[in-house]
Design a protein around this ligand. Structure first.
Ligand SMILES: [Ca+2]
Ligand SMILES: [Ca+2]
Ligand SMILES: [Ca+2]
Length: 388
């Protein structure tokens, strides 16, 4: 067989829409702090060496991690690093900024400006910057242990990635401790003296695989919700509240399936990507309706991307009481009335207890762990009532 005869089908395959562009031979500079350096990795490899293994022959990954560095110091050091041989610069820095932000000696705006300047410097050196969010803090961390700052920074970095049109590795999202409660046990180095929380070997493997998929153009990342209004923290929202929820998917060339990207309020779709402002990389789901808000709001996002098979997201992003409104026991869909719709929903859960995955306090009005006759009696006594 001549070389041309096997090359033609290979080229045809590569031209197919969505065909991955393999990263064979790519030269990578891994730039960051102690998490790039590899602290906590019991095998002493860090993510760069693990990534090199995943990328295979001909590729190189140069570890340019500097423990304890913040983005201000990193921006200065970056110049010297850019003289090295490399096509792609992975930028994963900001963990040490979070400590300073928590202590009140640095602003998030400064961190973002530093990272923005890093993107420019890498481009000025004719290399491709790839931006990454940073991993969450461990529960024992001295500052920001609830990840309030770190998760907001991740949201800001998503926005920066859109603005600057850089490829983005959402390391925070794949490490999100809200989704995987056992995460810190499995993927973090267990050291109570660690002020931040560093990954273990398994955690570094996970970081490396996110970068490997990105460089190989394999879309393994589900869509992700960004910083949204009113945010996860208020317990109560006013009736006139505007919900504004950005959803991202960073895979170049495919991205979000807009028709399958939806915002739900108490189970009902109130905005879809197909009818909203945005594109496959970012869509803004917006909703404002005084009447339809109900007596309590459970806000949920469903989304999927255009990968085959698609990666999907299903997340309840906030639960809010509504100012001046109370939920009548029995009103399980929170529309401020106890009626047949509630009874149907209740009947589907009748007889189950808290060991059942379908159990929710919503249907257990006296909160005794059983959805039973006592709760039915409560619903019946309130049947027909409206709390508006
Ligand atoms: Ca995706
Ligand atoms: Ca109801
Ligand atoms: Ca009960």
């Amino acid at each position: 067989m001549t070389s041309r005869s096997w090359l033609a089908p290979a080229i045809a395959l590569a031209l197919l829409a969505g065909a991955p562009r393999p990263a064979a031979g790519v030269k990578v500079l891994a730039f960051g702090d102690s998490i790039t350096y590899g602290i906590g990795d019991e095998e002493g490899l860090g993510y760069p060496k693990r990534l090199k293994k995943m990328l295979g022959k001909g590729s190189s990954v140069f570890n340019q991690g500097e423990p304890a560095e913040d983005t201000g110091l990193g921006l200065t050091r970056l110049r010297s690093v850019l003289g090295e041989d490399g096509d792609v610069v992975l930028l994963m820095e900001g963990t040490n900024d979070v400590t300073l932000i928590a202590e009140g000696s640095l602003s998030v705006e400064t961190t973002l400006a530093n990272i923005d300047a890093m993107i420019s410097r890498v481009r000025d050196a004719d290399k491709e910057p790839v931006l990454s969010s940073i991993i969450p803090r461990a529960p024992e961390a001295r500052r920001d242990r609830t990840n309030e700052i770190t998760s907001f920074l991740a949201g800001d970095l998503r926005e920066l990635a859109i603005e600057r049109n850089v490829r983005f590795a959402d390391i925070y999202d794949i490490f999100d401790p809200v989704l995987v409660p056992t995460f810190f046990d499995e993927y973090y180095h267990q050291n109570p003296d660690d002020p931040i929380g560093h990954p273990n070997g398994a955690g570094y493997d996970r970081i490396a695989s996110v970068f490997a998929d990105l460089l190989n153009e394999v879309d393994s990342a589900p869509p992700v919700v960004g910083n949204f209004e009113p945010g996860p923290l208020p317990n109560t929202v006013p009736t006139g509240i505007k919900f504004e929820v950005p959803v991202y998917d960073f895979k170049s060339g495919s991205g979000l399936d807009l028709a399958e990207t939806k915002l739900l309020l108490n189970g009902a779709v109130i905005a879809t990507g197909a009818e909203s402002e945005g594109d496959a990389k970012k869509v803004n789901l917006v909703h404002q309706d005084k009447k339809a808000i109900g007596c309590r709001v459970v806000l949920r996002v469903l989304a999927q991307d255009s990968a085959v098979p698609p990666n999907s997201l299903d997340r309840t992003i906030g639960i809010y009481d509504v100012t001046g409104r109370t939920v009548t026991p029995g009103d399980v869909n929170f529309d401020c009335r106890v009626d047949g719709a509630d009874l149907v929903s209740f009947a589907l859960r009748f007889g189950i207890d808290s060991s059942d995955p379908r159990y929710l306090l919503t249907w257990d009005f006296n909160r005794d762990g059983m959805i039973d006759e006592t709760d039915l009696a409560t619903l019946s006594s309130n049947f027909g009532k409206s709390s508006l």
